[in-house]
Write a protein that binds this ligand. Structure first.
Ligand code: NAP
Length: 332
């Protein structure tokens, strides 16, 4: 029996890798895409021919209920979100409505239709926020520091409440930063890969950065969507922290990217004091031991390999004159 999976946010980085994984596993994959965002389906490249697209307004409870009644999904992956955190300060209410509203409307729809649909909510390590201990695990207190994280936390708890009160199979992955050639250029890793490729090709000659000593726990998107899928295959729905457990500095990212194109990064990076932010005393870094024990999940791709993939993809895009992230086949 072919399983049906619905994905919100299918045109995003994770949406792409997850669709690819599920199509490979023989799923019928349906992307729920609002009418105004249909032009962004080009981001799926040739993958768009292997999935179905269902046009639906994610802000309408009735429309989502009808979608779930019609499509009768076995699994739902709720990934849609304005994922660039600083933007959430410009539109806190819109961020809350999309992140919390969509999760709540979907959970209510599953409950009202009465199917045994399994639901995955894309939670974030940003929910830990102002951490007072490292590394973080599923028991760590949430102290969100921005509207994005607060909205994610509300959605997370709404998911927990629907599981506890109504017995839904609902869970969430608390994911740390994960990157790929499909990362949007707003994010630091992609900014660096694009700069290394542009400088190599003589298109630009420098990159302004903030604190090179800042550290993060970065992984590969292809590994992290595998964890999402595994969370919906176990007997009991639970939360899982998903990260590498390893900290790398921004300096290491820069060095790796410029090494890939044979350039000395120190000649091209300019530290702009305006971008400098005080670094935190405790770092956001995952303790993924529960995911390893209960899901058998471990990250496979190292940060240096991810950065290399990103730089190669940007070189190819710039050489063919298009930054469109189409037709990139994920590894793993
Ligand atoms: P992404 O590449 O930014 O993709 C976000 C997706 O959400 C896109 O499909 C985007 O559609 C859609 N979206 C954005 N605003 C929307 C709106 N107003 N209405 C409807 N759809 C909207 O993000 P990602 O990296 O794939 O992340 C997937 C999920 O995981 C997100 O919920 C993110 O917050 C969460 N997460 C990501 C990370 C990470 O490091 N990547 C870490 C923790 C949690 P368009 O293509 O039309 O813009």
């Amino acid at each position: 029996m072919v399983k049906t999976a619905l994905i919100t946010g299918i045109t995003g980085q994770d949406g792409y890798y997850l669709s690819h994984l599920l199509v490979e596993k023989g799923y019928r994959v349906v992307g729920l895409v609002p009418p105004r965002r249909q032009p962004n389906l080009t981001k799926l490249g040739s993958l768009v021919n292997k999935v179905e697209i269902y046009t639906v307004d994610l802000t309408s409870s009735m429309a989502l209920l009808t979608a779930i009644e019609n499509l009768r999904p076995d699994e739902i992956y709720n990934l849609a979100a304005p994922s660039f955190v600083p933007d959430s300060w410009h539109n806190p209410l819109g961020t809350l409505d999309l992140i919390t509203g969509t999760a709540t409307r979907m959970l209510e729809a599953i409950r009202n239709v009465g199917l045994a649909t399994r639901f995955y909510q894309a939670s974030s390590s940003e929910m830990f926020g102002d951490v007072i201990s490292s590394p973080q695990n599923e028991e760590t207190t949430f102290r969100p520091k921005n509207p994005y994280a607060a909205a994610k936390l509300h959605a997370h708890w709404t998911m927990v409440h629907h599981r506890q009160r109504y017995g839904l199979f609902a869970c969430s992955g608390i994911l740390y930063n994960h990157e790929s050639p499909l990362r949007s250029p707003q994010f630091m890793t992609r900014k660096v890969s694009l700069a290394a490729a542009s400088i190599k090709l003589g298109i630009t000659d420098r990159l302004e950065m903030g604190n090179l000593d800042a550290k993060r726990d970065w992984g590969f998107a292809g590994d992290y969507v595998e964890a999402m899928w595994r969370m919906l295959q176990v007997e009991q729905p639970e939360e899982f922290v998903i990260g590498t457990g390893i900290l790398h500095s921004v300096r290491e990212v820069v060095e790796t990217a410029f090494d890939c194109v044979g350039l000395d990064w120190q000649k091209y990076i300019v530290v702009n004091p305006e971008f400098l932010r005080p670094d935190e005393h405790f770092q956001l870094v995952a303790d993924p031991s529960k995911a390893k024990a209960k899901l058998g999940w471990q990250p496979k791709v190292k940060l240096a390999e991810v950065i290399e993939m990103m730089v190669q993809a940007d070189l190819e895009r710039l050489q063919c004159g298009s930054l469109a992230p189409t037709a990139l086949i994920p590894r793993v």
